[in-house]
Design a protein around this ligand. Structure first.
Ligand code: HEC
Ligand code: HEC
Length: 334
């Protein structure tokens, strides 16, 4: 079905760039699951927890350390650094617009933002807490958190479930609408430069949109193969094949090197690229995708046009007020 969609798009673009409906603008709001409706009190609590390094064993690492919401929602490092300077093998994806991911993590192993948020806190190389019981005990010892949970969920409600619900509710507010691309598909023909329009046409014509389509450029499917060519140039440079993607979770051979199709929203801000963060520039990422996914060698100009288009996917970042975290007067973090 998506093949037909991108064909329609390509045909529409071949004419006078009358934009087909297959080009979707980013919604300004994300749907919340029925058991976690978004409320102002939850979002406020979630923002506090998200920025609080006391959710880590050393008191030094918060979600924001690796997913900086004052920047592109990640850390611009190939591999993020958790407690005690430890690094893992994967690059941090952006949290901006993560509400529009169909699944979470590069290998999609979490079905929701709620499920995802439980992971890093007790991951030994990320935030390093021994258990969620320890996290809950620590939050309970901070009076201001008792109040904030009460406002969001009711009296005496500090728990793993509610902490992760609050964080997810906050993440659902991290949306970057009104990019030049969104304005263009909304009818403002002056929002994109001629080069960006050429890049947009090229992306459809080449078939990038067979995997990166929809408002977040991460559909229509969920997982796609990253073609690993043993002994090839790209593999020798970047070792993409080391990590087996979905197969690391499912243990099925058929799932080897299957990865979630990542969003291309704000991609100009989220270098380095791919699951292991081994590609430093967007030019290289585009060149590589065209070659490995579509068997096409692009000219320098074509790459520049596509990169110009990808730059038009940088949206408006909502101004955020930094939260005031509840203090613990008279006590030292141990
Ligand atoms: C030490 C760095 C680090 C910390 C701390 C951290 N993350 Fe992450 N985060 C990562 C990395 C690396 C991945 C990708 C891991 C993977 O796919 O296996 C990730 C994945 C995610 C994703 C999935 C995004 C996507 O596109 O699939 C979300 C959402 C997220 N983190 C939110 C959080 C939240 C919320 C916290 C705090 C509770 C947090 N992270 C703490 C590094 C970190
Ligand atoms: C067959 C599906 C498919 C096609 C076609 C495809 N991509 Fe991708 N793209 C992916 C997958 C899967 C990943 C993640 C791979 C990984 O990191 O292991 C990805 C990653 C990317 C990234 C890196 C994103 C990040 O955050 O690190 C960029 C940029 C990108 N693609 C652009 C393009 C462009 C431009 C085209 C067309 C020239 C294209 N893609 C064609 C599936 C595809």
């Amino acid at each position: 079905m998506f093949k037909i969609r991108s064909l329609v798009t390509a045909l529409a673009l071949a004419g006078s760039v009358s934009v087909a409906s297959a080009w979707d603008a980013l919604p300004t709001q994300a749907d919340a699951p029925a058991d976690n409706p978004t409320t102002a009190a939850k979002v406020e609590l979630g923002q506090m927890l998200y920025h609080d390094p006391r959710l880590s064993s050393t008191g030094t690492v918060s979600c924001a350390s690796c997913h900086n919401t004052m920047l592109g929602g990640e850390d611009n490092r190939p591999n993020s650094m958790g407690v005690n300077g430890q690094t893992g093998g994967r690059s941090a994806p952006t949290v901006w617009n993560s509400a529009f991911n169909k699944v979470q993590f590069w290998d999609g192993r979490a079905a929701s933002l709620e499920e995802q948020a439980a992971g890093p806190v007790t991951n030994p190389i990320e935030m390093g807490m021994k258990s969620w019981d320890d996290v809950v005990a620590r939050l309970q010892s901070i009076e201001g958190y008792q109040k904030a949970f009460e406002e969001a969920f009711g009296k005496g409600t500090i728990s793993k479930e509610n902490a992760t619900k609050a964080i997810a509710a906050y993440e659902r507010t991290l949306i970057t609408p009104n990019s030049p691309y969104d304005k263009y598909v909304g009818g403002d023909k002056s929002a994109l430069s001629a080069q960006q329009v050429r890049g947009m046409e090229k992306v459809a014509e080449l078939g990038c949109t067979s995997c990166h389509s929809g408002p977040a450029f991460n559909g229509p499917g969920t997982f796609q193969k990253f073609p690993v060519i043993p002994n090839g140039y790209w593999e020798a440079q970047h070792h993409f094949g080391k990590d087996k993607g979905l197969a690391e979770v499912s243990k099925k051979q058929a799932d080897e090197h299957l990865w979630k199709v990542p969003t291309l929203r704000n991609v100009a801000l989220t270098a380095p690229y791919f699951h292991n963060g081994s590609v430093k520039t967007l030019d290289q990422a585009v060149t590589l995708m065209a070659k490995l996914q579509l068997g096409k060698d692009l000219s320098k100009d074509e790459v520049a046009d596509i990169v110009a288009f990808l730059n038009s996917l940088t949206g408006e970042f909502p101004k955020q007020k930094m939260p005031v975290l509840p203090g613990t007067p008279g006590s030292t973090f141990n």
